[in-house]
Every structure is written in C-alpha cells, then in structure tokens.
Write a protein of this length. Structure first.
Length: 179
C-alpha cells in the first residue's frame, strides 16, 4: 500500500511494501512435474474391474514415465522409515538434492537402524535420480546440461519442506538443523 501526499509544502511519501516469496520458474516446473506424476500414480492405483468382474488394463505410460511413477511409489512406501531416521539424526538432505547418512551420528547408533538407513539412502537416491531425470526429459525447456540446476532446485524444495529438527547440508558443507 502506498500513500502519497503531494502538492503540500514538504511533500510526504509513506510506503509499505509487502514482499511475497515467489517460486522460480524452475521450482514451479519441478513441482508441476511431480504433481503430474502424482496424478498418474493415483490413476494407476484407482483402476477397477470391469462391469462383469473382468479386470481392466491399467493405463499405459512410456517406460520413462512408468519408471518415474514406480520411483514415486517407492518413495511413498519408504517415507515413514526415512522420517523416523531423520528424527534420529541418522539421515539428512545433502546439498546435491540427495539423502545422506550422517556418519558421525551413525557411530554408536543401533546397528539395525544404521543398516536400514544405508539401504534407504540407496533406494531413495535411486528414486530421486529417476525423478530428476524425468523432469529434464519431460521438459522441452531443459536438457541434460540443466540437471545440476534441477538438483539445486530440488535441494531447495527439500530444505523448505523439511520438518523442524531435520538435518540439511548448508552451502559450506556443514550439517544444520532446520528451525
């Protein structure tokens, strides 16, 4: 809101500026790609049988899209375990947009939890790679050369969506707790 009082002796200008956090075009593109894949995942999950009890064919997608849907399904399946391991400070979001085992917290931790964390890091990062490459492949504006920027954007979104107390890797490489 801007108020201007002009024409008076000693003109007075008062300004109040509202700043809104706006997502970049790339952030919106990444989010849009994930939303489309989420819709596809729901479509696959909601296929019902036909009128006479025969099963219907699920929708057909390209191999790349099918892999991305599978990656999203696997991420959803592992989410609770990953969240629990993040609460234990065994996992965090690294600066490359991937999940990392926090080695210093793994020392002395429950061996089964550490083993689960290691397995989930491999699975989650495999799934994230599939999804990040899917964003690039499905966009006419992006090429393989844009993948590092897509990773940075994905990292930023992961940090924004992290819960208080979750660990993330700052630009200097240090692990920091989200407030």
């Amino acid at each position: 809101m801007v108020l201007l009082a002009a024409g008076l002796a000693g003109a007075c200008v008062t300004a109040k500026v509202d700043v809104f956090d706006q997502k970049t075009a790339l952030e919106n593109q990444v989010l849009g790609s994930f939303d489309e894949l989420s819709q596809d995942m729901l479509l696959v999950a909601s296929v019902r049988g036909g009128e006479e009890g025969e099963s219907k064919e699920p929708p057909r997608f390209s191999d790349t899209r099918q892999q991305a849907i599978g990656a999203m399904q696997n991420r959803e399946f592992n989410r609770d375990d990953i969240d629990e391991l993040k609460e234990q400070k065994l996992l965090g979001e690294n600066a490359e947009g991937l999940l990392s085992l926090i080695e210093q917290h793994a020392v002395g931790a429950d061996a089964r939890a550490v083993e689960l964390a290691r397995r989930l890091v491999v699975e989650e990062n495999r799934d994230r790679e599939v999804l990040l490459r899917s964003v690039v492949l499905r966009s006419e504006n992006l090429t393989e050369a844009d993948l590092p920027e897509v990773r940075k954007t994905f990292y930023k979104l992961n940090v924004e969506n992290a819960r208080p107390g979750d660990l993330y890797q700052a630009e200097d490489g240090a692990w920091t707790e989200k407030e």
